[in-house]
Design a protein around this ligand. Structure first.
Ligand SMILES: NC(=O)c1ccc[n+]([C@@H]2O[C@H](COP(=O)([O-])OP(=O)(O)OC[C@H]3O[C@@H](n4cnc5c(N)ncnc54)[C@H](O)[C@@H]3O)[C@@H](O)[C@H]2O)c1
Length: 329
């Protein structure tokens, strides 16, 4: 299968690492910055494209869209119109306008699509899901999910003005850029969000038009209620969730760089059980490997994925409504 990776930045490198490990896949890369594409192509021993055109795209079976969020739709429509199956990094886009048109092209060309949701493939999230689905914890009541990290520290050596996440029009802000992960994995566990309330704010720490903190209260179709706390302010990165169930509580916390995961189960009798992650935890790249395999296998078997464009569009619509809370004071 011939795959073109569009964008040669940080996430493209993670996907290439996964794709290069698959014998059925051959890769090529394109970046608007030709030097960057050439450099990555040489380092990975693959080819690169000098320009992105309809005729160059028609030679590929699938594309991995790893460009800044504000460009996802443009790249997706161009590739889909040439019959390429689509992997699009999260979030699907920076706005809803144009998404319907993309879905029409996808449907008329019978394309397989996956919008980035690597946390669903993370071994720790998979372990939590297994525990919840086994029924051993009984009914699930509530969850407290969080992501917290300073935007200024997320990309060492890169000036904020050069980061797409610093600009609302490019799909920046903590809700679209990071909250999309939390909403994806919580919806995967508990069903769609049925209703929500909350606060979304710009603290003024950044001289930008993006929201940098949000505190949301969600009710899911399964009846589970959850708080989702997000910010771009914390110098010490953290991500995690605490899930309260009838017969126990699951606590996942992720801190530091390199990331350290901890998973604990507090049982009905109050006893704490630390779940051994030594066999399943590594540097975090396995979530990307699992995600890429899921997409490539889905294309080969012509099976729809866990998060096709139409489903990701619902999450994008939800995130954009949540972002509007900023004006509902
Ligand atoms: N799943 C995850 O955990 C995860 C992590 C990081 C980023 N992402 C997503 O991946 C996307 C890219 O993020 P990143 O961190 O790799 O950004 P990045 O800035 O490191 O890379 C983006 C690349 O796109 C290139 N580019 C810009 N305009 C282009 C154009 N017109 N055509 C082709 N290439 C163009 C840039 O030159 C750059 O090399 C974003 O949508 C982001 O939300 C997801």
């Amino acid at each position: 299968m011939k795959v073109l990776v569009i964008g040669a930045g940080s996430v493209a490198q993670l996907h290439l690492h996964s794709l290069l490990g698959m014998s059925e896949v051959s890769c090529c890369v394109f970046d608007i910055d030709v030097k960057k594409a050439k450099h990555l192509a040489n380092a990975s021993k693959i080819g690169f494209l000098e320009s992105l055109t309809e005729s160059s795209l028609s030679k590929f079976d699938a594309v991995f869209i790893c460009s800044p969020t504000g460009l996802h739709l443009e790249h997706a429509k161009l590739a889909a119109s040439q019959g390429c199956h689509l992997f699009i990094e999260k979030p699907l886009a920076s706005e809803l306008q144009g998404v319907e048109e993309l879905i029409e092209i996808i449907n008329s060309n019978n394309l397989i699509t996956l919008v980035g949701c690597n946390l669903i493939f993370d071994p720790v999230i998979k372990k939590i899901n297994e525990l919840l689905k086994s029924g051993s914890l009984g009914r699930i009541f509530s969850a407290k999910a969080y992501f917290s990290h300073s935007l200024a520290q997320m990309r060492p050596g890169v000036e904020l003005k050069d980061v797409y996440a610093f600009y609302r029009a490019q799909g920046g802000g903590v809700l679209l850029d990071c909250g999309s992960h939390e909403l994806q994995y919580l919806s995967y566990m508990f069903g769609n969000v049925a209703s929500f309330k909350g606060y979304v704010e710009k603290t003024g720490v950044y001289s930008s038009d993006i929201e940098d903190q949000a505190l949301l209260l969600c009710k899911f179709t399964s009846g589970v209620i959850a708080t989702v706390s997000l910010d771009f302010l914390n110098p010490c990165r953290s991500r995690g969730v605490e899930i309260v169930c009838e017969k126990g509580t699951v606590v996942w916390s992720q801190r530091g760089k390199p990331i350290r995961n901890e998973l604990k189960l507090y049982q009905g009798n109050g006893q704490e059980q630390v779940i051994d992650l030594s066999n399943i935890c590594n540097d975090g790249s396995s979530s990307f490997v699992g995600e890429a395999h899921h997409f490539i296998n889905s294309v080969l078997q012509r099976k729809q994925t866990v998060q096709p464009v139409a489903k990701a569009a619902e999450i994008l619509s939800l995130l954009l409504k949540m972002r509007d809370l900023e004006h509902a004071k």
